[in-house]
Unconditional design. Structure first.
Length: 164
């Protein structure tokens, strides 16, 4: 019978040192988009004239990963979302705007939103501090997948109507 002290444990020093020299995941720099997303969430929760809580963001986006987008004008925002349907959105207007400007942005985006978005998944706010370096409109967006008519036609192209 083997005793615990009878087992030899051999470590290859070279492999150990190679593993040690590889960068740890915790040491890697986060990408620019995740930093901007984190900054937006922080501003929405802590520097917002509209009261939002972490629960609101969790309810809005669930377990899905929203896309980050920023623009300087409403026209740029509309150009970005014009061919898509928005399932969930957090739009944050920076630069110490007036509430009428926030409402203008919300009204412009509403036609591109799904019913699900309009039923509690549309969050908005505006900054309490003027910002000089950031874009005026920063947002997190979840889009609904839309099948175009050309995709539907190509799927039905070889339907049951064709005799073989």
């Amino acid at each position: 019978m083997l005793d615990d002290f009878d087992i030899d444990f051999i470590v290859d020093d070279e492999d150990f040192l190679k593993e040690k020299d590889e960068p740890d995941e915790r040491d890697l720099e986060p990408d620019e988009e995740s930093v901007k997303t984190d900054n937006l969430i922080h501003d929405a929760l802590h520097k917002n004239l509209a009261h939002l809580e972490k629960y609101d963001l969790d309810q809005c986006f669930g377990n899905e990963c929203p896309q980050y987008f920023e623009a300087d004008t409403i026209a740029e925002v509309l150009d970005y979302v014009k061919n898509m349907k928005i399932k969930a959105i957090l739009i944050f207007v920076g630069g110490n705007p007036q509430m009428s400007e926030v409402q203008e942005a919300v009204d412009a985006i509403k036609p591109y939103c799904t019913e699900e978005c309009m039923d509690g998944r549309f969050l908005f706010g505006c900054g309490t501090e003027p910002t000089e370096r950031e874009s005026k409109f920063r947002m997190l967006l979840l889009f609904e997948l839309i099948q175009s008519d050309s995709q539907n036609e190509s799927e039905n192209e070889f339907g049951e109507d064709i005799p073989f």
